[in-house]
Each structure stands twice: as structure tokens, then as C-alpha cells.
Design a protein around this ligand. Sequence first.
Ligand code: ZN
Length: 82
Amino acid sequence: MKYLLVLLVAAVVYSLWKNRAGSVRRAPPPGGGPSVAPSRARPAEVMIACEHCGLHVPAGEAIVQSGHTFCSREHAHSGVHR
Ligand SMILES: [Zn+2]
């Protein structure tokens, strides 16, 4: 009777461990889901360096001309200075 109890406990522990291993694989990591990433990435906008003066400007405000990025239309007109 004692061995039966041990066997029962072992079976319960094994099934619990198996369920846990399966749920860990399926469930997203705690606090690191894809829903967290956009809210973190939003405040830090991508900065692009002006290829004329080297000034870093937000990607939304940068002037892109024939593959080169500039901080202003004047520098875009002046061209690349290195
Ligand atoms: Zn510039």
C-alpha cells in the first residue's frame, strides 16, 4: 500500500511537471510579449545623422534625397560633405 502511494505521488508530480513544461512553451514570456514592445519603442524615435553637418534629426523630420539624409533642405541642396 505504501508503494502505491509513492507511485501515485510520483505520477501526480510527473503530470504537473509535464503540464508546466507544456504551458511554458506555449505561453508568452511574462512581461515580454509583443504588446509591450511598441509602447517601449514609441518614445525613442529613430535618429538619423545629417550627411552634411552630422546633426542628428528624427527620422520623421529628416530630408531624404537620392539615398542621402539631411537635417534641412539647405543641407540637402548643399550635398554630402565628409
Ligand atoms: Zn545638416
